[in-house]
Design a protein around this ligand. Structure first.
Ligand SMILES: C[S@@+](CC[C@H](N)C(=O)[O-])C[C@H]1O[C@@H](n2cnc3c(N)ncnc32)[C@H](O)[C@@H]1O
Length: 290
């Protein structure tokens, strides 16, 4: 028994109309001038703390791209160009193109970093492009997509044979955490924090729902199907009053699912930072188009 419904469905099997509406609402959230500046600040703040995992992992991707000798790279969901800055700092001399939904963020990038190419758009627009790249990558973007399987296909189409698609996203099957899912009687903190604040009933409900959710996440694909998404992310909730990390997460992804997707298509798969420690809760996957 749950107080909160898990509004989770398989994206490829869900109602096209429902997905279309959710996609437009999320596009509006990412590009609107009302929400985006605070959202952008939340993301940039994570990169600004030198010791934060986001900053370290962003740098790792830049170092990987340089070590592999990729000369023509495409970043999807590039935000304010944090990985581009790591690339430049580490001596990348190839060509970089960044794509992002928020037009004003792209315009600011054009002014700050004129040597790179910046385009406003969505991952799905790549279907219309003809260029191919040594490497396409996205850093904490896959989990925000309504059509993750379609996005993988179109990104892979932009990778040349012999090139690589790099994905970094939260592995919710391993972490057991879905920050965009309401747990208990209020969003945000977990059961322990709620208890400390004296919210006893909320803490008990949160504890129970988190346990049920963790169990479901472990066998998410058996229960719901492929490419499971959360149809009601907290960022779109009418009661949403605060910006929280990943309150806009949609796709409940895992290393296993991406590896399966890639292997079924004959692509090579590696995990450059392994699967343990920090990389248990996250997935850093390199998919080789061989
Ligand atoms: C958590 S942020 C990460 C941004 C950036 N990679 C960084 O680490 O600073 C998620 C990003 O995904 C972008 N995004 C969401 N949906 C997208 C879509 N359909 N196509 C391209 N980018 C998208 C958002 O605009 C946002 O910039």
């Amino acid at each position: 028994m749950l107080v909160n419904k898990l509004n989770w469905v398989s994206s490829p099997a869900a109602s096209p109309e429902v997905l279309k509406t959710l996609n437009s609402r999320m596009a509006e959230f990412y590009s609107s001038l009302n929400d985006r500046p605070d959202y952008q600040k939340l993301n940039d703040d994570l990169h600004d703390v030198e010791s934060h995992p986001n900053n370290k992992l962003a740098e790792q991707i830049a170092l990987y791209i340089i070590a592999k000798g990729f000369k023509k790279v495409l970043e999807v969901g590039c935000g304010s160009g944090r990985i581009y800055q790591h690339l430049v700092r580490h001596g990348f001399e190839g060509s970089y193109t960044g794509v992002e939904m928020a037009d004003y963020v792209i315009e600011a990038n054009k002014t700050k970093f004129p040597a790179a190419t910046w385009k406003t758009g969505s991952v799905y627009d790549l279907e219309q492009w003809s260029d191919s790249y040594d490497c396409c990558f996205c850093f904490y973007v896959l989990e925000h997509l309504i059509y993750p399987d379609k996005a993988l296909t179109v990104m892979m189409e932009r990778v040349r044979v012999g090139g690589t698609l790099i994905l970094l996203f939260p592995d919710v099957r391993s972490s057991g955490i879905v920050p965009s899912q309401k747990i208990g009687l209020s969003y945000g903190a977990g059961a322990k924090d709620k208890l400390k604040k004296g919210k006893v009933i909320d803490a008990v409900v949160s504890f129970w729902e988190a346990k049920v959710m963790r169990n479901k996440l472990r066998k998410i694909n058996q229960l719901y199907g492929d490419f499971v998404i959360n149809l009601t992310p907290y960022c779109l909730d009418k009661d949403c009053r605060e910006m929280l990390p990943d309150f806009d997460a949609i796709y409940l992804g895992s290393k296993e699912e991406i590896e399966r997707w890639a292997s079924e298509r004959g692509y090579g798969v590696t995990f450059p930072l392994g699967k343990e420690g920090l990389m248990a809760r996250n997935a850093y996957v390199a998919i080789l188009k061989q």
